[in-house]
Ligand binder design. Structure first.
Ligand code: ZN
Length: 244
């Protein structure tokens, strides 16, 4: 049961040069789970195959850089090259169905997401199964928006993904003892954040990692303009991580 992480897109809220927004593909036993689906992710996935064979997509929150490519994915499923294919499950936050309907009303039609994807809402702390993996969602602070981090396991190996988060003890809880902690590090300095906080500096991500006892920290959602100090590992589009 080997598990792999493929970083499809790792940009912050604005794209790094040539980069895609948040999209992290977890593969285990031939099944695939996509964590977030920001702009540029679908195009990147289509460079490898005619239409991405993904069993499930899970969205951390409804900021555009984490879900925007669900819109072109809908059109591909409805009238494009994916119309004959089984639609992926689409796991969204607890009030996500209503959110999708409101977004659909503006972007096409209210039920465009439910017509195409198999939409499911996850519940905090209640593990759910998708693409043969077990996922647990934990609420994290991200300005005033309802936002979750994910912990994904195949029973043997585990990945924690922060999504977007301000500083919180919950980050350490999310990543407690896991193999890889993929943690956002958007900011240069804490005072450049809003109030309430919504993102982390690299130092704050390192603090959360140390408190978690996780094995490996990979920083992501980092502007290219902000290099990290040597010794810290930074995600890049195309990075592959093998959990075996
Ligand atoms: Zn983001």
């Amino acid at each position: 049961m080997s598990m792999q992480l493929h970083v499809i897109g790792s940009s912050p809220a604005w794209p790094n040069p040539g980069g895609a927004h948040s999209g992290y593909l977890v593969e285990c036993d031939g099944r695939r789970l996509l964590l977030d689906c920001g702009p540029g992710v679908l195009s990147r996935l289509r460079q490898a195959e005619r239409w991405p064979e993904v069993d499930a997509i899970a969205i951390t929150h409804f900021h555009l850089d984490h879900w925007g490519d669900l819109v072109p994915w809908v059109w591909g499923l409805m009238v494009g090259p994916a119309r004959e294919e089984d639609p992926p499950e689409l796991w969204v936050p607890p009030s996500g169905r209503d959110e999708l309907r409101a977004l659909g009303a503006k972007l096409g039609m209210p039920d465009m997401f439910e017509q195409t994807f198999q939409v499911r809402e996850y519940t905090e702390h209640e593990p759910f199964g998708a693409a043969g993996l077990e996922i647990k969602a934990l609420r994290l602070p991200h300005y005033t928006l309802e936002t979750y981090g994910f912990r994904v396991t195949n029973g043997a190996r585990s990945l924690a993904y922060s999504g977007d988060s301000g500083p919180s003890e919950r980050l350490a809880e999310l990543a407690r003892g896991c193999d890889v902690f993929l943690c956002e590090a958007t900011l240069e300095r804490p005072e450049l954040d809003g109030e309430p906080r919504g993102h982390l500096t690299a130092e704050e991500a390192v603090d959360a990692f140390r408190a978690s006892g996780a094995d490996r920290l990979i920083l992501t959602h980092r502007p290219q303009e902000l290099p990290v100090e040597s010794g810290l590992e930074l995600a890049y589009d195309g990075l592959e991580v093998d959990f075996s």
